[in-house]
Design a protein around this ligand. Structure first.
Ligand SMILES: Nc1ncnc2c1ncn2[C@@H]1O[C@H](COP(=O)(O)OP(=O)(O)OP(=O)(O)O)[C@@H](O)[C@H]1O
Ligand SMILES: [Mg+2]
Length: 349
């Protein structure tokens, strides 16, 4: 198997919490806590989880828009291995063209005083070395590929709808010919019908330009159609990682189960009981002991309060961070049961 395009190992981003005039450190926000994953070339990895679970921090830390506290980020391409964390500022600037980000809010991410042409051309002008004719040709090609009209190139962002602005943002992100794109809530601000169009566009562009995506969203149903694999995060850590179909039909982690049960089903004959998680999503500045999901988990045992579970492979390519992942059996969506023997004969209601 060829090397993964991206290999992330033990990635951490901790923010110190400081107090008083002396700015004494009184704690740590563990926004991303020991994340290890690989992203294959041409893959779409969906990343989901509740607000504050560290999705944006993960995406930005991989791109070194935010400096990681610890860990390794390796890119493999053109037969080279590049350790991203050891690049200096100049080398990092040189690498920027290969990794880009599509932002959430198409209303604030585009400069209102620049024309569409200049917005899409800017990355090439900043990078330097592109003759104006080449820039012009590439901008026209990209604008066409993202489904906008070339005659609108001299217009300003305010003249466009949210979906159209996101298309402009996508054209800009692709201007330098990236290999890896982080799309952080790229469709979350859009109407559902427009979301589908942008998702289709991203899929088409992936094939056209040979891209690899990390696609971040709150919502599992948004990532389902575009992702090859899905990574579920909870309080800075990976809770479950598997191929999309496997994750949707055979979820192992009780948190993934709860997220899946929250997706509305259009068919009235299908029984879909929503699993309500007790309590609030935890606080990254004050993590629970042991498994950080245990205060909300109805299957939690003594061990879960004491020991943080590592991410284990429970089936081919299916990784779960749960002490009881092997013992949890699935009796249809929304009905996860622990086998009696694993909890010492205690019957699950
Ligand atoms: N600059 C910062 N300083 C301190 N804490 C931060 C900082 N940025 C993020 N955090 C904290 O890190 C955690 C993860 O935040 P992050 O924005 O990555 O979550 P998210 O999953 O993207 O959330 P959302 O779905 O709301 O976008 C949160 O607890 C957040 O408060
Ligand atoms: Mg975010």
């Amino acid at each position: 198997m060829p090397k993964a395009l991206l290999e992330i190992t033990g990635l951490k981003k901790y923010y110190p919490i400081e107090a008083g005039i002396a700015k004494k450190q009184v704690g740590l926000v563990k926004a991303v806590d020991d994340v290890t994953l690989q992203i294959q070339k041409n893959e779409v990895l969906g990343v989901v989880g509740e607000s504050g679970c560290g999705k944006t921090t993960l995406g930005r830390t991989i791109l070194r828009i935010i400096e990681p506290t610890e860990g390794s980020i390796k890119f493999h391409f053109d037969d080279k291995e590049i350790e991203f964390t050891s690049l200096d500022k100049k080398q990092l600037r040189g690498m920027r063209r290969y990794i880009q980000m599509i932002f959430q809010n198409p209303y604030t991410s585009l400069n209102p005083r620049m024309t569409i042409f200049d917005i899409v051309a800017e990355p090439m002008r900043l990078a330097g070395g592109y003759p104006e004719e080449e820039i012009s040709e590439r901008v026209r090609d990209l604008i066409d590929k993202v489904g906008l009209e070339i005659k609108h190139l001299n217009r300003y962002p305010h003249a466009f709808s949210g979906g159209q602005r996101q298309r402009i943002g996508i054209a800009r992100a692709l201007a330098l010919g990236p290999k890896f794109v982080v799309a952080d809530e790229a469709v979350s601000a859009l109407d559902v019908s427009i979301q589908a169009q942008i998702l289709n566009l991203l899929q088409d562009l992936k094939d056209e330009y040979d891209l690899t995506y990390m696609f971040i969203a709150h919502n599992l149903s948004v990532v389902e159609h575009i992702s090859d694999r899905v990574c579920v995060m909870y309080l800075g850590r990976v809770a479950e990682l598997a191929e999309t179909e496997e994750l949707f039909y055979h979820p192992r982690h009780p948190y993934t189960q709860a997220l899946l049960s929250a997706i509305p089903v259009a068919d009235p004959t299908v029984r879909n009981e929503r699993i309500m998680l007790p309590g609030e999503v935890g606080n990254a500045a004050d993590l629970p002991s042991g498994c950080c999901f245990h205060p909300r988990c109805k299957y939690a045992q003594e061990l879960c309060k004491q020991e943080c579970p590592s991410l284990k492979e429970t089936g081919p390519g299916h990784f779960v961070a749960c002490h009881f992942a092997d013992e949890l059996s699935l009796d249809g969506i929304g009905d996860l049961k622990i086998k009696n023997e694993c909890v010492g004969g205690k019957k699950d209601e």
